[in-house]
Design a protein around this ligand. Structure first.
Ligand code: ADP
Ligand code: MG
Length: 167
């Protein structure tokens, strides 16, 4: 995980701008990183994730996984020959989890749903919508991104970024 300084908040004014924010953010991501996205239904969590997918070279359209819980997307980019070059040159799998339906799930249900296997994947970037429903199991460090509407401004969203400490 890259601990370079992050902007703490920014405002976007369209879905496209939120995708661009996700695309820019992804430059700092490495395989194994966990990104938690909070915000109400329709805030733009999936839209932001679409920007990450675009940066990773994922070509199939990324939809909300609400009804399937988890989606795995494979990059169509080929591996860079230079191991030390920006990860954006490499193909990294994106795992996209929507925990919305796991609000009341017990540990056994989470295990059966593959949540613990998901969290252990070190080969992929892991994005979690509704992370509060699996709060007890989230690893640290992780990125925490909150997306909020702005009252009276229909297409404006305020996006804030934070990173949990290593312990
Ligand atoms: P979530 O995953 O948080 O439930 P989605 O990303 O699926 O939300 O949907 C966000 C909706 O809001 C989309 O229909 C999108 O077009 C619209 N929208 C309008 N303005 C913005 C913005 N600034 N950022 C993100 N989405 C926006
Ligand atoms: Mg969503």
């Amino acid at each position: 995980m890259n601990i370079a300084t992050l902007p703490t908040t920014l405002e976007t004014h369209s879905a496209e701008e939120t995708q661009n924010a996700g695309e820019l953010f992804s430059a700092r991501l490495q395989a194994g990183d966990v990104i938690c996205l909070t915000g109400d239904l329709g805030a733009g969590k999936t839209t932001w994730t679409q920007g990450v997918a675009r940066a990773l070279g994922i070509e199939n359209p990324l939809s909300s996984p609400t009804f399937v819980l988890m989606n795995e997307h494979f990059s169509s980019k080929t591996h860079s020959s230079n191991t030390y070059s920006s990860n954006i040159e490499k193909s990294i799998t994106l795992l996209h989890l929507d925990a919305y339906r796991l609000e009341d799930a017990d540990e056994e249900t989470l295990r059966d749903a593959g949540i613990f296997d998901f969290l252990q994947r070190e080969d992929a970037i892991k994005i979690i919508e509704w992370p509060q429903f699996i709060a007890d199991y989230l690893p640290s460090p992780r990125y925490e991104i909150a997306i909020e509407s702005v009252e009276g401004k229909e297409n404006t969203r305020r996006i804030s970024f934070a990173q949990t400490s290593t312990r």
